[in-house]
Write a protein that binds this ligand. Structure first.
Ligand code: 2AM
Ligand code: CA
Ligand code: CA
Ligand code: CA
Length: 265
């Protein structure tokens, strides 16, 4: 697909993302219906569904041949061959728990993958009005500010991001090794929005972000943005991430990435 066509799709994606964000920021005056998905820690509101529907309707009207993959499953079933065609990967609210409890620290994540290639990514925090964006090979931005290529940092200077479940007995990692890592780094933070955490690695607010179980809509836009700033990204087993499957993930500034992987092995 030519650059001008990509630019046109990116303009639409950006406009819809900003409009959806404005709607979410206003929705705090409304009463939220909180439903459980798999557990009380895994929730969805009517706003998640409304925002996903907003994207699906706009995309289907404007680009009838494009596919949509969204967390709340309001679009068509994706073809098994994701290497052909244009796929929009959307998380209408990433950080729904934060949306419900804090009214902040959540984001809309929108990506466009063209023939399997991570091409367009937007992560928008409508409360801070911060739009993280990238188009493949054209650099990444925070609003109009270009983001610099990430430089390496040492472990004792690193602020890393993961949740409390890593520090208690669990099926994924040796939690005692994680205790050593916690002792060695400068600080640990947990934001509660996987997409924003990736955006924060891209702009240097975090040095690494780790997660057990992310899905395509959590990471698709972040991957486009992180590619543009030279971040390292792998599964916890140091394999390449396949965006179309559920995976454990680490996204980091160079240098610190391999170091953390060694703690996990
Ligand atoms: P979500 O808010 O879109 O569900 C912390 O909860 C982060 O992990 C969020 O980015 C959240 O995305 C994501 N996440 C992925 N799978 C989850 C699950 N099963 N339960 C809660 N959060 C999940
Ligand atoms: Ca969810
Ligand atoms: Ca999510
Ligand atoms: Ca979500």
């Amino acid at each position: 697909m030519g650059d001008s066509r990509v630019a046109e799709i990116a303009e639409k994606a950006k406009a819809w993302t900003l409009e959806a964000g404005a709607r979410l920021a206003l929705s705090h005056q409304e009463k939220l219906n909180v439903e459980y998905k798999t557990s009380a820690a895994d929730i969805v509101t009517q706003k998640d569904k409304e925002i996903e529907q907003f994207f699906v309707e706009n995309i289907k009207t404007t680009y009838p041949g494009h596919y949509v993959l969204g967390e709340e499953g309001l679009s068509d079933v994706l073809p098994t061959d994701t290497q052909n065609g244009v796929v929009w990967i959307i998380d209408p609210i990433d950080g729904t728990t934060n949306f419900v409890h804090q009214n902040l620290n959540y984001a809309i994540s929108v990506a466009v993958y063209i023939d399997g290639d991570p091409t367009i990514g937007y992560i928008y925090d409508p409360i801070k009005k911060e739009l993280f964006s990238a188009i493949k090979n054209q650099g990444a931005f925070l609003n109009d500010q270009p983001l610099s290529t990430l430089t390496s940092c040492r472990v004792e200077e690193a602020v890393i991001c993961f949740n409390h479940l890593w520090l208690v007995p669990n099926e994924k990692v040796d939690y005692e090794k994680m205790h050593h890592l916690v002792n060695d780094v400068r600080g640990v933070r947990y934001l509660g929005s996987a997409a924003l955490e990736m955006a924060y690695v891209a702009c240097g607010r975090l040095d690494s972000s780790l997660d057990f179980r992310l899905s395509p809509w959590d990471i698709a836009a972040g991957i486009v943005i992180l590619n543009e700033v030279g971040a390292e990204m792998t599964t916890l087993e140091n394999q390449a991430i396949n965006v179309f499957t559920k995976s454990s993930t680490i996204f980091s500034r160079p240098g610190i990435h391999q170091y953390i992987l060694e703690y996990l092995s």
